[in-house]
Design a binder for this molecule. Structure first.
Ligand SMILES: [Cu+2]
Length: 145
């Protein structure tokens, strides 16, 4: 049998371990991932805008996005749109099943960047780069005190 003080010691250790282990969990969750789901080879995914999930990923300037092809058909992540074509900002190679494409949005202005798959014209996604709000600057420029 453990003494009460030993039990308390175990509980205390458990909390310490949880706190120490937590930052890693948070870091994992902060990764920006877009999945090409199984079935994106079919135009059905376009009906619910689910050819890239999430369909519109919101990031900050300088963030990295990882696209993963969870489908069994090959796909691409190509910036631009079907009508005007590639805009050359970012482009993956052909991604086979489970292939990844990583891109870091350094030196991008805030705004909405469309992309598509060159092989499946119904596959469209958006990258939205959030505006970097600086409260001090914006309140000064609006004359607040
Ligand atoms: Cu595709």
């Amino acid at each position: 049998m453990m003494k009460i003080s030993e039990k308390m010691h175990c509980i205390f250790l458990f909390f310490v371990i949880s706190i120490v282990a937590m930052p890693e969990v948070i870091a994992e969750e902060e990764e920006n991932k877009v999945i090409v789901p199984y079935g994106a080879y079919s135009p059905v995914c376009a009906k619910t805008s689910n050819c890239y999930v999430p369909n519109n990923i919101v990031i900050d300037e300088g963030d990295k996005i990882i696209w993963i092809n969870g489908d069994y058909a090959p796909h691409t992540v190509t910036s631009g749109n079907l009508w005007s074509g590639k805009d050359g900002l970012f482009e993956s190679k052909i991604l086979n099943h489970n292939d990844r494409f990583e891109f870091t949005f350094s030196d991008f202005k805030s705004g909405i960047y469309p992309y598509y798959c060159i092989m499946h014209p119904w596959m469209k996604g958006l990258v939205s780069i959030a505006e970097q709000l600086n409260f001090m600057v914006s309140s000064k420029s609006h004359g607040f005190r």
